[in-house]
Design a protein around this ligand. Structure first.
Ligand SMILES: [Zn+2]
Length: 184
């Protein structure tokens, strides 16, 4: 069933009718994406189990068809949904980010992107064809946040800490520690 991800979309051959892919697979099926997430998670103070994040579902509901924009090009529309486990760059604890993407992509080679078409994004291919798997993976990678942070202060331990001000920069980092020790 999920082998439909291995099909190629070609810029040269128009798609007859449309092709729908509705399936659920796991993040670990996307090796490059998994590598990027793993690298992000290396920042964590305490590492989390590989299975925990890599077996997260990726829901794929897309339709592939060809449309005539003066030139007949493949169009990929639909939705991708998953969750990424990432390291919060504020507190270095894990965070869970829901990823919901609405796609409306016109696949093209470079040089085809001069004109704008309402409601669609152009997606340049380096070759004249792409595996559906690779396209989805590229889209998912593009949507990995570079500096993920908790957006909820309850979960983020250092969120409430005041910003560095003139006053605090003068305080030795050991002073806080000393104060804590003195309190004991
Ligand atoms: Zn945080």
């Amino acid at each position: 069933m999920s082998n439909s991800l291995l099909l190629n979309i070609s810029l040269r051959k128009p798609i007859n009718g449309s092709y729908t892919i509705d399936l659920v697979c796991e993040i670990k099926r996307f090796k490059k994406l998994s590598k990027i997430i793993k690298k992000d998670l290396d920042c964590l103070e305490e590492s989390i189990n590989y299975e925990n994040w890599s077996s997260q579902n990726v829901e794929i509901n897309i339709k592939i068809t060809s449309k005539n924009f003066g030139k007949v090009l493949p169009v990929v529309s639909g939705k991708l949904k998953t969750r990424y486990q990432l390291a919060c760059k504020n507190c270095l604890k894990p965070l869970d980010k829901e990823i919901k993407l609405a796609l409306a992509l016109i696949l093209c080679s470079n040089g085809d992107t001069e004109s704008e078409i309402n409601g669609y994004d152009f997606w340049e291919l380096s070759d004249d064809r792409i595996k559906i798997h690779d396209l989805i993976e590229e889209v998912l990678i593009m949507n990995v946040p570079l500096y993920a942070k908790h957006d909820d202060r309850k979960n983020c331990i250092t969120f409430n800490e005041p910003q560095v001000t003139k006053q605090t920069t003068l305080v030795s980092p050991f002073a806080t520690l000393r104060n804590q020790l003195n309190k004991k």
